[in-house]
Design a binder for this molecule. Sequence first.
Ligand SMILES: *[C@@H]1O[C@H](CO)[C@@H](O)[C@H](O)[C@H]1NC(C)=O
Length: 125
Amino acid sequence: MLILTFIFLGTTIVSDCWRSYQCLGTEGFRHLTVNHSLTFVDPDTGAHTQNIERLWRDVRGGIPRYGRREAHMSGYLAEFLFKRAVPRTHLIHEFMRAAADLYPPSPVPIGEDPEEPVAGPSSAP
Ligand SMILES: *[C@@H]1O[C@H](CO)[C@@H](O)[C@H](O)[C@H]1NC(C)=O
């Protein structure tokens, strides 16, 4: 079960009343439910799934409908998180900065490294 693999025991999990989640309360999690047939916010606990459903809708909206690749899923998620964390007006700047962190620029312009052997008449074979 994915939840047992990835979620710390003791975590509060809020779900709709989907049957597969019924066991969560006995598996070591605090399980709050909201019955969507009755309401969207549980009147006793305040539990709701509005925020997470909105978040996933936004995540799915950033994943291409066609040409989508399983292997790119972490990339789609990273792009979503990046765009969410960086103000729209700074996206290009921050993208270039992140790219430069990942691939630091050469300290010496290519072709101007004094240690680099210079091809010339004397070094020609
Ligand atoms: C949710 O509410 C509906 C309508 O009252 C009810 O029929 C259903 O059994 C409830 N589901 C759960 C899991 O309590």
